[in-house]
Design a binder for this molecule. Structure first.
Ligand code: GLU
Length: 333
């Protein structure tokens, strides 16, 4: 036995815990409700906007911990479709998801047709616009959408929002997976590097701007944003309630001074009816009472206003706890 090694005995351990409790008690941290599970918030890749947005929401909620006792945890995930599956099976309590896939999950329409409509899905608030983004190497010979067939295109990991939206666009354009060279399914977090390493000619991302992924590729190599336009895009926008004409502002990324047209969706902060009313109320209260804490958390969130984030007209209804807060604050009348 090593007699020189000193280990704290149970008495010292107890003393340390008591000391900690004494120090923490005035801060109100000593008695977290034991049965209180942290609210699990699903986001996307570290390079997107969902992840920093989810972190900002969680941080704002935690500021009021001493009053409401609610904790939260932010998970980086594969994106919208994955998040909707995890919300449905209870692995997540809240998540940011694209408005197109939120709509289809709620309706039980493809790609969710093998499951009953997700009727318990609810909206907490709308976040930023997400233009469908195509970024190509300048040496790839890709200038327009029509140049993508025959090229190495990263269509995104299955379960991501951009992969699912890319499949919609491909169908509208009459393209299949065989029209691209190889099957490139890298997650969003890996595609900027792959583009600059010349492993692919173009990448797609449904995402708020600016974001770390497009910043990374445009800083490290020569790339350009490709306009997503034409009759097929026009008819997608005209025939679906959740698509709208969108624009990626000019001057956000090196070598891309002009605005680029596309179509877009909205990042919807979503939950289910399983989230208790008081908890949904506290989550939205935390965000709207310290609104700058959200707006300044990421440049893609800088244009948000409380008025555009709240509506009774969303395709997926508001959670009653959120609606209660919005009515009290007259954000809804
Ligand atoms: N819209 C993307 C998706 O649903 C995620 C974008 C982001 O991470 O900001 O997969």
């Amino acid at each position: 036995m090593d007699r020189c090694r000193w280990t704290p005995g149970p008495r010292l351990g107890t003393l340390l815990v008591m000391l900690l409790l004494t120090v923490l008690a005035p801060m109100g941290l000593a008695q977290p409700p034991e049965d209180q599970e942290a609210i699990q918030i699903g986001t996307g890749s570290h390079d997107g906007v969902y992840f920093p947005a989810g972190n900002a929401i969680c941080r704002l909620l935690l500021r009021g911990f001493t009053e409401h006792g609610l904790r939260c945890q932010v998970l980086s995930t594969g994106g919208s479709v994955v998040n909707l599956g995890m919300l449905r099976n209870g692995e997540l309590d809240a998540a940011i998801v694209q408005s197109d896939w939120q709509y289809h999950a709620y309706q039980g329409t493809p790609p969710f047709e093998d499951q009953p409509p997700f009727e318990h899905l609810r909206t907490l608030f709308a976040l930023h616009d997400e233009p469908f983004t195509v970024l190509a190497r300048t040496d790839s010979g890709i200038d327009t959408l029509a140049d993508l067939p025959g090229k190495r295109v990263n269509i995104g990991n299955p379960g991501s929002g951009q992969r699912a939206t890319m499949e919609v666009l491909m169908e509208a354009l009459g393209w299949g997976l065989g029209d691209f060279v190889g099957l490139n399914e890298l997650p969003a977090g890996e595609q900027a590097q792959a583009l600059c390493d010349d492993e692919v000619d173009a990448i797609v991302f449904t995402v708020g701007h600016p974001n770390a992924s497009i910043l990374e590729s445009s800083t490290l190599c020569e790339v350009r944003l490709i306009p997503v336009e034409g009759p097929a895009v026009d008819s997608l926008v005209a025939s679906h309630p959740y698509y709208f004409e969108a624009e990626i502002p000019g001057g956000l990324y090196r070598g891309n001074p002009d605005p680029v047209p596309s179509f877009g969706v909205i990042g919807m902060f979503s939950t289910t009816t399983a989230l208790p009313e008081e908890e949904a109320y506290e989550v939205v209260k935390a965000v709207f009472e310290e609104f700058d804490g959200l707006r300044y958390a990421h440049p893609a969130l800088g244009r948000l206003t409380p008025q555009t984030m709240v509506s009774t007209e969303f395709a997926v209804p508001l959670h009653p706890g959120a609606e209660k807060y919005y009515r009290e604050k007259r954000l809804l009348r």
